[in-house]
Design a binder for this molecule. Structure first.
Ligand code: GDP
Ligand code: ZN
Length: 447
C-alpha cells in the first residue's frame, strides 16, 4: 500500500535526548539522506546528521533502521536519537520534511498504521493509550494487559464462537427439504449461544473496568459545617476546597483525584445538603445530589459536637450499590458518642484539623477500593465503546434466543451475524474510518 512517510518527535519535550520516528516507504531513503548510509537493521549506530540540501552538519546521534515488516508499525521505520534542544530538533525535522514523500505525523498516526497493518487490534491500541496515560499501579496493570491483547483475544474468541453457531444455523438452510437436519443443527448451536449471552451479560455487569479507569467515586456528605471540606483538604493534603465557618460556603461539587493504595479515587466534596435559601445554593444542592447518586462510597461526616450520630444517613440519595460509612469528625472538641451497632464496622472517629484517625481511615478506604477493583481476572469492558459493542451484541443474542424455536434459519442467522458485527467493532475487525478517528485522536503526536 503506497502511502506517504510520516515523522514526528516521539519523546517528551524538554529532555536531553529527543527521539524522532519515521514510518513509511521513504523512511530508509530519508535515513540514508541524513546519515549518509543505512545502518544495520535493528542495531543502534552512531551517525553524523547532515542537511541533505546544504550538507551542513546538524547534530550527532544514534540512528536505527527497522525494515518492514518487523517494525512497530509494520512499515519501514527509522529512529533518530538526537540532542533534545529545540533548535536541533527543529533543524532535523526541517531537513526531513524537505525530502520527497515526507510529512509530519498526525496524532496517533504511528499506532493507527500499526493497527491498519495488523500489528495490534483496536482494543490493544486503546490499552496503549491508557498505558501512556496511566496514573496509578492498577491502571498501569490493566492498560498493559489490554495493550497486549487481553480484551481483543477474548472478544475474538467470542466472535469465533458466534460464527460457528451461525454456520450451524445456516447449514439448516440448505437442508430445508429434509425436515430433521435444520432442527438438529439449530439445536447444536443453542447451548453455545446461551453460554455466550451469559458471558456478555457478566462482562457488562462487571463495573471494575470503569472503576479502574475512572476511579472509585467517594463522596463526602453531611450537614453544613460538619467538616467535609476540611476532611477533603486533609485527605488530599493540599488546599482544594474552601473551608469556612459560615454554613453553605461549598456551593458546588469539588473533585480531587487521589491515588489510594495504587488505585485511582475521585473524592467529592458536596455542598451542604440542607434546605436551600438562595438560587445559587439550590443549584449546588441539586448537583451535589446528582453526583452523590454516582458514588461508590458515601462518607457521611457527622459533627461530634452536635451529639450522637444519626441512626441512618439522612438526605444522601446515593445509588443502590453505594456503601455508606460514618465519620464522626471534630473528635478533638467533643467526646465521640458510641456508634450505633448499625455502623459498628463502618464508623471512624476523626479530627480533620488535627489529623487524628486519618491514617486508619485512609487504610480502610484503600482496602475498600482494592476489594471492589481486584478480581481473579482483569476486567474486560473498560471503555464506554466496549460496553456499547457488547450490549448491542447481547441485544441481538437475546432476540435470537427468544425466537430460537420460531424464527427462520435466515432470521436467526442474521441476528447472530449482527451480534458478531457488534463484537467485531470492539477489536476493529469490523470498523469504519470515523471509529478509527475517535480511537486514535486520543494519542499525542509521535505515538
Ligand atoms: P463543611 O461545611 O462540612 O465543608 O465544613 P468545613 O470543612 O468548612 O468546616 C467547618 C468548620 O469546622 C471550619 O471552621 C473548620 O475549621 C472546622 N473543623 C472541621 N473539622 C474540624 C475538626 O476535626 N476539629 C475542629 N476543631 N474543627 C474542625
Ligand atoms: Zn465545605
Amino acid at each position: 500500500m503506497a502511502r506517504d512517510t510520516i515523522a514526528a518527535v516521539s519523546s517528551g519535550t524538554g529532555g536531553a535526548v529527543a527521539v524522532i520516528r519515521l514510518s513509511g516507504p521513504a523512511a530508509g531513503e530519508a535515513l540514508r539522506a541524513l546519515c549518509g548510509r543505512l545502518p544495520e537493521p535493528r542495531r543502534a549506530s552512531l551517525a553524523v546528521l547532515r542537511d541533505p540540501a546544504s550538507d551542513e552538519r546538524l547534530d550527532e546521534g544514534l540512528a536505527l533502521w527497522f525494515p518492514a515488516p518487523r517494525s512497530a508499525t509494520g512499515e519501514d521505520m527509522a529512529e533518530l536519537q538526537i540532542h533534545g534542544g529545540r533548535a536541533v530538533v527543529a533543524a532535523v525535522l526541517a531537513a526531513l520534511f524537505a525530502l520527497p514523500g515526507m510529512r509530519p505525523a498526525e496524532a496517533g498516526e504511528f499506532t493507527r498504521r500499526a493497527f491498519l497493518n495488523g500489528r495490534m487490534d483496536l482494543a490493544a491500541a486503546e490499552g496503549l493509550a491508557d498505558l501512556i496515560a496511566a496514573e496509578t499501579e492498577s491502571q498501569r496493570r490493566l492498560a498493559l494487559a489490554h495493550a497486549f491483547g487481553h480484551l481483543g483475544a477474548r472478544v475474538e474468541a467470542w466472535r469465533r464462537q458466534l460464527i460457528q453457531a451461525m454456520a450451524l444455523v445456516e447449514a439448516g438452510i440448505d437442508f430445508s427439504d429434509e425436515a430433521d437436519v435444520p432442527l438438529e443443527t439449530r439445536a447444536m448451536a443453542h447451548p453455545p449461544v446461551i453460554a455466550l449471552a451469559g458471558e456478555l451479560r457478566a462482562a457488562l455487569t462487571d463495573r471494575r473496568g470503569a472503576l479502574l479507569r475512572e476511579g472509585a467515586v467517594i463522596a463526602l456528605a453531611g450537614r453544613p459545617n460538619a467538616g467535609k471540606s476540611s476532611l477533603m483538604n486533609a485527605l488530599a493534603a493540599r488546599d482544594v476546597a474552601i473551608v469556612s465557618d459560615e454554613p453553605g460556603t461549598t456551593r458546588d461539587v469539588l473533585e480531587v483525584a487521589l491515588d489510594l493504595a495504587g488505585h485511582k479515587v475521585t473524592l467529592l466534596d458536596t455542598a451542604g445538603l440542607r434546605e436551600a435559601t438562595g438560587k445559587v445554593e439550590a443549584e449546588g444542592i441539586r448537583r451535589a445530589r446528582a453526583r452523590i447518586g454516582e458514588a461508590d462510597l458515601v462518607l457521611w461526616v457527622h459533627d461530634a459536637t452536635d451529639g450522637p450520630a444519626p441512626e441512618a444517613i439522612p438526605d444522601a440519595p446515593a445509588g443502590d450499590g453505594a456503601a455508606r460509612w460514618l465519620l464522626a469528625n471534630k473528635a478533638d472538641l467533643a467526646p465521640v458518642p458510641l456508634a450505633s451497632p448499625e455502623w459498628a464496622a463502618r464508623s471512624f472517629t476523626v479530627a480533620a484539623t488535627t489529623g487524628e484517625g486519618l491514617a486508619d481511615l485512609i487504610a480502610a478506604l484503600g482496602a475498600f477500593v482494592a476489594a471492589r477493583v481486584e478480581g481473579a481476572e482483569h476486567p474486560m469492558l473498560v471503555r464506554e465503546r466496549h460496553r456499547a459493542g457488547a450490549s448491542e451484541a447481547l441485544g441481538h443474542l437475546d432476540l435470537a434466543l427468544a425466537g430460537w424455536d420460531d424464527l427462520s434459519e435466515e432470521l436467526l442467522a442474521e441476528e447472530l451475524r449482527l451480534a458478531a458485527r457488534a463484537l467485531g467493532r470492539i477489536t476493529g475487525a469490523i470498523g469504519t474510518e470515523d471509529l478509527l478517528d475517535v480511537v486514535f485522536r486520543e494519542f499525542c503526536i509521535g505515538k
